[in-house]
Design a protein around this ligand. Structure first.
Ligand SMILES: [Zn+2]
Length: 441
C-alpha cells in the first residue's frame, strides 16, 4: 500500500512538472530570442497578423478573462489602466481567443488589426531618412526614429558645438557595454537649481528618446530667446536610459521592454528598470519571475542603469538642487505623479495636481491633445519600484512626474515617426510648465 502511494505520488509529481513545463514554455516563447545567442545569427521576431485588443476590466469576470488570455492564449499586455486592458494576441491564438471572449459575453475592440504591417511603416524608408541626415553636423531628424549611436552622436555634437552651454558625461555602463551619456545644459550660474529628464527606460517606447532629444534641441537651438525661468536651470538629460533594450527592440524584437541583463538560473533576460528603483522595491505590480515583463530584479538598484541614475543624482545633490524629476514613457497620454506603489496620497497632492493640470493645459493649448492628470496608482494601477516614487520618496524631489506620451491606443507603442515633432512640442510644453511651477513655488 505504502509502495503504491509513493508510486502514485511520484507519477503525480512528474505529471505536474510536465504540465508546468509546457505552460511555462508557452509563456516563455517570446523570451526564446532572449536566450544567449550571437546577435548576428538571431532572426527578428515577426508579428504578422498579431492584433491589439482593448478589453474592459470593470468586473471580476472581465478581469479573470484577461488573466486567462495571458496564460492560455499567450496574450501580451501592453497597457493596463483603471478600467481596461490593451492586450496583444498572436495570429495563431486569435480565433480561439475570440470565441472564448464571445462565450464569456465579453465585448472587446480591435485597436490594431495587423501589428507587423504597422511596424513596417512606422519609420520612413531608409533612403528618405538618409536624405535628411547629416544636414546639420549630426544625424537626428525628428522625422524618423534613430538608433542609439545617432542619439549619442548628437549629444557629442552639442558638447563640441556649444562648449559654453553643453557638456556630456558618462554616468555608467550597461550590461552590454554601452555608455550612459548624460547631457548637461547650463549657463553656469552657481545659484541655478536643476531639473532631471530621462527617456527610454522602457525599450519599446521609442517616442520617448525621440521627444527627449527634441526637448534638448529646442532648448539649445533657441537658448538666447528662452525666458529666464528656463535659462536659469541646470538641465540634466539622459535621453536613452536603457540603450541595450532600445538597440534590441530595433534589431530583434520591436516589443522588448526590459534591459538585457542576464538572470542567473533563468533563460529569460532583462529586468524592468522601472520596477528596480529603491523606494518600496518589491511591492505590488512587480514580479520575482525573471521571465515576467515586470521582473523587478534581484534587488533594488541591481541594474547598472538604475544604479547609475541613483549614483549621479545622489552625488549632485547639494541641498535641494534637483527641483523636478521628469521621466518620459508611452503610451496613453497621462501626466502621472506619486505614489505609484500604492493608492495612498502624498501630503502635497494638491501642489502636484496643480502643476500637472497646468502642464496638461499647456499641452492642450498647444496641440489640442488631452492628457489626463493624477496619481499613478489611482489612474493606472499600483506598481512599486518606479523611478518617480524613488525621486520623491527617497530623494525628496518634489516635482516628480511620469509622462505617458502619445497616443491613446490607435498605434500604441508603434506610433508612426510622423508624430515625433508634435509629440516633442507637447513634451516641451510640459517641461516648460514644470519649470514655471518649479521657479514660482
Ligand atoms: Zn514605460
Amino acid at each position: 500500500m505504502l509502495k503504491y502511494k509513493i508510486f502514485s505520488f511520484i507519477v503525480f509529481i512528474v505529471f505536474c512538472g510536465k504540465f508546468a513545463a509546457s505552460a511555462g514554455l508557452q509563456r516563455d516563447r517570446r523570451q526564446e530570442s532572449a536566450r544567449d545567442q550571437d546577435d548576428e545569427t538571431r532572426e527578428p521576431v515577426k508579428y504578422d497578423g498579431a492584433q491589439l485588443w482593448r478589453i474592459p476590466i470593470s468586473n471580476e469576470v472581465e478581469r479573470n478573462a484577461v488573466a486567462e488570455l495571458e496564460t492560455k492564449y499567450d496574450g501580451l499586455k501592453w497597457k493596463t489602466v483603471e478600467n481596461r486592458v490593451d492586450i496583444m494576441i498572436d495570429k495563431s491564438a486569435r480565433e480561439s481567443a475570440r470565441s472564448y471572449l464571445q462565450n464569456s459575453n465579453i465585448t472587446y475592440r480591435i485597436l490594431i488589426d495587423d501589428l507587423q504591417k504597422l511596424i513596417e511603416v512606422e519609420n520612413p524608408p531608409k533612403e528618405e531618412i538618409e536624405l535628411l541626415q547629416n544636414r546639420k553636423g549630426h544625424r537626428l531628424t525628428w522625422k524618423a526614429y534613430h538608433n542609439f549611436n545617432d542619439i549619442v552622436g548628437y549629444l557629442d555634437y552639442l558638447a563640441k558645438t556649444y562648449p559654453d552651454l553643453c557638456s556630456v558625461q558618462t554616468i555608467g555602463t550597461t550590461h552590454e557595454g554601452r555608455a550612459l551619456k548624460l547631457l548637461k545644459i547650463s549657463n553656469g550660474h552657481p545659484a541655478n537649481e536643476a531639473i532631471w529628464i530621462d527617456g527610454g527606460i522602457h525599450a519599446r517606447e521609442w517616442i520617448s528618446p525621440a521627444v527627449t532629444t527634441y526637448i534638448i534641441n529646442h532648448l539649445v537651438e533657441n537658448w538666447e530667446e528662452l525666458p529666464s525661468y528656463l535659462k536659469n536651470i541646470d538641465w540634466h538629460i539622459l535621453p536613452v536610459l536603457n540603450p541595450d533594450g532600445y538597440d534590441y527592440s530595433q534589431k530583434f524584437n520591436r516589443l522588448w521592454r526590459k534591459n538585457r541583463s542576464r538572470n542567473p538560473g533563468s533563460n529569460c533576460r532583462g529586468v524592468d528598470l522601472n520596477r528596480n528603483y529603491g523606494y518600496m522595491w518589491g511591492g505590488e505590480g512587480t514580479s520575482s519571475n525573471p521571465c515576467s515583463e515586470v521582473y523587478r530584479g534581484k534587488g533594488a538598484f541591481s541594474e547598472p542603469e538604475t544604479a547609475a541614475v541613483q549614483n549621479f543624482i545622489t552625488s549632485q545633490r547639494k541641498g535641494d538642487y534637483f527641483k523636478a524629476f521628469l521621466t518620459f514613457h508611452s503610451y496613453g497620454q497621462y501626466i502621472l505623479y506619486p505614489w505609484g506603489y500604492s493608492k495612498a496620497i502624498t501630503p502635497d497632492n494638491n501642489d502636484m495636481k496643480l502643476a500637472g493640470t497646468q502642464a496638461a493645459t499647456a499641452i492642450r493649448n498647444g496641440s489640442g491633445a488631452t492628457y489626463q492628470v493624477g496619481p499613478a496608482a489611482i489612474l493606472l494601477y499600483p506598481a512599486a519600484g518606479g523611478s518617480d516614487d524613488w525621486a520623491k520618496g527617497t530623494m525628496g524631489i518634489k516635482y516628480s512626474f511620469t509622462v505617458e506620451l502619445r497616443d491613446t491606443g490607435r498605434y500604441g507603442f508603434i506610433l508612426p515617426a510622423s508624430y515625433i515633432e508634435q509629440s516633442g512640442q507637447e513634451a516641451f510644453n510640459f517641461v516648460d510648465a514644470m519649470a514655471r511651477s518649479v521657479t514660482i513655488l
